[in-house]
Design a protein around this ligand. Structure first.
Ligand SMILES: Cc1cc2nc3c(=O)[nH]c(=O)nc-3n(C[C@H](O)[C@H](O)[C@H](O)COP(=O)(O)O)c2cc1C
Length: 189
């Protein structure tokens, strides 16, 4: 699969089947995020790969109500950082941007391997940090849910989520966010 295919194929699926998680897979993800770009090469990110059943079960207790589908995860990747880990230029804080870019590398590779790699923000941060023993000053930015896409739609999904398994949720029109040369000068009519 080339990059354009991985970008187009990536979906935030919520119906998951179990998949074997090898140490080689973890190593590969880790080595890909390691070479992601970051402001002044600050590499602000931290990753915890959680595959132990007991620890996964503990994390399932901190999910938001709509995220019950996560209970089918084979691995959860916890991604955390703090503002001081990266460039702060005036009011521009780069830790979220750079950590997000690194996370995308892992998500695209997961997609290429035929896995679902679905980032979520719907969890109780403080409780999750306690379970994972993440220091107080860190922001637990996202959990990436890893599994295999199931053809059986998970019955815990809402109707909107069930629809999302079949088709990609709608996007803004290109003319609403793409400009040429200056803001407001539309590239698309
Ligand atoms: C930062 C972030 C947080 C998200 N949080 C959740 C979440 O808590 N629960 C969920 O089911 N999906 C979550 N999603 C998935 C989005 O809903 C999904 O990416 C979006 O609807 C577009 O669908 P697509 O990725 O399949 O194109 C999140 C995605 C991102 C990037």
């Amino acid at each position: 699969m080339n990059v354009i295919e991985a970008i187009r194929k990536r979906r935030a699926y919520r119906s998951l089947d179990p998949v074997e998680i090898s140490d080689d897979l973890i190593r590969e993800f880790a080595e890909l995020v390691q070479i992601s770009p970051s402001c002044a090469n600050q590499q602000p990110w931290n990753f915890i790969f959680i595959k132990e059943k007991e620890q996964l079960n503990r994390l399932f207790t901190v999910l938001s109500k709509g995220n019950k589908w996560v209970e089918k995860a084979s691995m959860i990747i916890a991604i955390f950082s703090k503002p001081e880990n990266d460039c702060i230029i005036g009011e521009r804080y780069y830790y979220l941007f750079d950590t997000g870019m690194a996370t995308t590398m892992l998500i695209l590779r997961g997609t290429e391997l035929g896995l679902v790699a679905h980032p979520i923000a719907g969890f109780k941060e403080e409780k999750a940090k306690e379970i994972l023993e993440i220091p107080d000053e860190m922001r637990l930015i996202t959990l990436v849910i890893i599994g295999k896409h199931s053809k059986e739609i998970n019955p815990v999904l809402s109707d909107a989520m069930k629809l999302g398994e079949k088709e990609r949720p709608p996007r803004k029109k290109l003319e609403d966010f793409v400009y040429l040369n200056k803001h407001g000068n539309k590239f698309y009519e």
